[in-house]
Structure formats: C-alpha cells, structure tokens
Design a binder for this molecule. Structure first.
Ligand SMILES: [Zn+2]
Length: 373
C-alpha cells in the first residue's frame, strides 16, 4: 500500500516550509541557485569517486532500495556508497535525485537497519524535499565555495533566512522518519537508528534500553523547556543544525506511532477521507496552535543580551539587498511569485530528456526561458 505523503508530512515541516518560501530573498536565492547549480555535475562527482550500487555492485543494498521505493511509490533512484568514516546518508539532486550512504554508516549499523535508512532517504524524495535540502546543504555547510564565485550568496542570505532554512531542514527530518516508520511497520527500527547514531555500541539494543532512551529524551525535553534561559540555550544549540537531536527524533517517532494519524494510515481509513480536508490528530492540532502562537516570530522566547531575529511575517523589513549586476530587475520590488509551477514544468521537461524526446540542450534553453535568466 502506497501512502500519499500528505498524510504523513509532519505539520512542522509543512509550516516551516511555508515560512521559508515566504521569506524575503528566498525566491531570488532559489532562482540564483537553479541558474548556477548543476544536478548533472553533482551526480558526476559521485559517479567518479563512489561505488554506484546496482544489481552487480553490492546487490544486497540495491534489493533493499527497490523494495522501499515500491512501498513509497517512487522511482528507484541511483544509490552510491561513499568511502567516509563519518556515519551519514543523504539525498541530493532535483529532477533525478540520488542517495548516498557512507561506509561509516554501514559500519556502525546492523544490516537489518539499512532498509530503514533507505526508507528515510526515499521519504525525502517522496515528500519533495530534495531540491530545497540540496540547496540548504550547499548553502549552509560551507561547501558552496565554487558557486560563491558566481553568486554573492552572502548578500542574499540574511540571518533570518538562514535560520528559517535550518528550521525547515530539521522539521523535514521528521517527515522522512515517518516514511521509514511506514515502510518498517514499526517505529522500533527508526528509534534504534537514532540510538546507534547517538553512540549505542554494537551490542543488541534491548527493549529496556529503548525505554531508557525514551526516558532520557523526555527528561531532556522537560529540562529544555523549564525556563526562558533553557529555551535560549536550546535555541543556541539548535539554530545551525540541519537535523534535530537524535533523542528527540526517536521520541517523535514513538509519539507518532502511537497517534491517531498513524493508526488511520495503517487501518486504511484515511482513504475514505481522501476527498475531504485531512483532519489532523490531536497532537497535530496542538502543534498547529503552537505555530499559530508563534506568528510574528520564529522563536517564542528572548535571548538575554542577544538580539534575536524577530521576524514579523509578512511585514519583514530587512535591509535592502544590493544584488549588484546579478539581477536585471533589481529596482523592482521583491517578487512574491511562487516558482513551484515552473519547477514542476521543468521536471516534466526533464522527463522528456530522459525519454529522448528532447535533448539536454533543448532542456537548458527552455529552463533559461522559464526562469527568465
Ligand atoms: Zn534526512
């Protein structure tokens, strides 16, 4: 049974993405990124220095990937193994996303958890996170040096925009974790992945150990919210992280798996509601209310001695950004146009390239035209 991602996308993912897309400068940033970044080049980098997993190379992982893709209803993407001691997995690209796992990751995880990792990464693809996450990763982790020569990203990315990007990237992790839970049919494996990433050794993870990890996360949660100062510390710890804390991710997995929304997905009752507006669960309503209260600022607390980027949407009054000669229309007020339909069209064109109907050059020409470059 393939579940439409709209039923499992985390409400914080949805609202953080809306906030991000409405941010002044975001659409320009997207446009600049699409102009200079090359999906093909990114793939070539991996093709040249990693192992492309297939029916011939490490077929065991390829079989796992195919199964997960079928469950999530997506095309099988390319999968690479990268020699890197840091345990990591990521998905990159846009029209033809690809997944990368590091050797450090497969070294620390038992084999039965690899499908969970692949389901998480495929969840990012199913939820259409990949383009923005690729952009975010390149912009925020300092690997953008090559593109920085071409685009004055420093002039476009304001601190509030940067924080909004991190905020959404963290929230999107929860949706991908949910995709993994759906594929596994249990939150246990995702919780174990979190424990292993947090430092659990090679030994078997017992039920008692899992319960203790949950208690540890709950204790953290209480301490992080017990005062304005604690909230400030949490903000400082989190603000430039692309992933939520592993203990909190595990706790969120457990909570969702005991929610009404999850139950309704499993028993298929969401199908009957497909034509209706999706009714959020009690917890989701709570989260939505929390988000509502946050309107007027990304963070609902003050940091002593530090001026927080209070963002009053949509009336953000950021310093005027001089984009130099990069923008032909710099005198015009900032565009609030949502470019999503254009990217959808580009995706369709990319499909035509794959089918050989049009050439890569035709695609590039059309892309330039559509993006008004
Ligand atoms: Zn992820």
């Amino acid at each position: 049974m393939t579940v439409d991602p709209k039923y499992y996308i985390h409400p914080e993912d949805r609202s953080a993405l809306e906030t991000l897309k409405a941010f002044p400068g975001f659409q320009q940033l997207l446009k600049a990124f699409m102009k200079e970044w090359s999906e093909k080049y990114s793939r070539m980098v991996h093709m040249s220095g990693c192992v492309r997993i297939s029916e011939e190379q490490m077929p065991e992982y390829y079989e796992m990937l195919k199964e997960v893709c079928e469950q999530l209803g997506i095309e099988v993407p390319e999968l690479y193994m990268e020699r890197n001691v840091v345990p990591n997995a990521y998905t990159s690209g846009d029209t033809k996303p690809f997944i990368v796992m590091t050797t450090g990751l497969v070294d620390i995880l038992p084999k039965e958890l690899i499908p969970t990792i692949l389901a998480h990464e495929c969840g990012h693809i199913a939820c259409h996170h990949v383009l923005y996450r690729t952009m975010g990763a390149m912009l925020l982790n300092g690997t953008i040096s090559a593109l920085s020569i071409l685009i004055p990203f420093g002039a476009i990315v304001s601190l509030p925009l940067e924080l909004a990007f991190y905020n959404w990237m963290r929230a999107s992790e929860y949706s991908a974790d949910r995709a993994a839970i759906l594929c596994d049919g249990t939150p246990d494996k995702m919780i174990e992945v979190c424990m292993r990433l947090a430092g659990y050794d090679q030994k078997e993870v017992s039920e008692e150990a899992k319960a203790a990890f949950m208690r540890q996360a709950e204790e953290y949660e209480v301490q992080a919210k017990d005062s304005a100062r604690s909230k400030s510390i949490e903000f400082l710890l989190l603000r430039r992280r692309t992933h939520p804390f592993t203990a909190i991710r595990a706790l969120e997995c457990e909570r969702w798996a005991s929610s009404d929304s999850y139950r309704r997905i499993l028993d298929g009752t969401y199908v009957e509601e497909e034509m209706m507006e999706f009714v959020p669960s009690e917890k989701e309503t709570e989260t939505a209310e929390k988000e509502e209260k946050k309107k007027g600022g990304l963070f609902d607390f003050d940091l002593p001695g530090i001026e927080l980027p209070k963002v009053d949407l949509p009336k953000v009054d950021l310093p005027r950004i001089d984009l130099g000669s990069l923008w032909k229309k710099k005198e015009e007020p900032e565009e609030a146009v949502d470019l999503t339909p254009v990217y959808r069209q580009l995706r369709e064109l990319k499909e035509l390239v794959k089918e050989g109907v049009i050439t890569e050059e035709d695609y590039e020409a059309k892309k330039k035209k559509l993006l008004d470059l």
